[in-house]
Design a protein around this ligand. Structure first.
Ligand code: MG
Length: 118
């Protein structure tokens, strides 16, 4: 399984990457905003899953999500929206825009495992 992790916080990426690695998944690609995420997605297919932050500079998570969902090449790529507690109310918006699931940060390894379906 290959995961693309998009978050503008390097600390958050490090924490999430450690958790993903802890589940035995070592193929993790990182990006710091939606625009970089699009580039990495294009360069690194096949990607199975994208873990997507909401608030980011340059291109935010929702804009990235909407763009990716217009592209046929990525229709099978699962997207999990990673939200903070305060953004939780906007989750419906992300699900309507094509996110497969969401996680509220900071999340436990158990919650991550469940959402990854492994
Ligand atoms: Mg952020």
């Amino acid at each position: 399984m290959r995961i693309l992790l998009i978050d503008d916080s390097t600390t958050m990426r490090r924490i999430q990457k450690t958790q993903i690695n802890g589940l035995g998944i070592t193929d993790v690609i990182e990006a710091g905003d939606g625009e970089e995420g699009l580039k990495k997605l294009e360069q690194s297919m096949p990607i199975d899953l994208i873990m997507l932050d909401w608030n980011m500079p340059v291109m935010d998570g929702l804009t990235f999500l909407k763009k990716v969902r217009t592209m046929d090449a990525y229709k099978d790529v699962k997207i999990i929206m990673c939200t903070s507690e305060s953004e939780k109310t906007r989750v419906v918006e992300a699900l309507k825009a094509g996110a497969n699931n969401y996680l509220v940060k900071p999340f436990t390894p158990e919650a991550l495992k469940e959402k990854l379906g492994i």
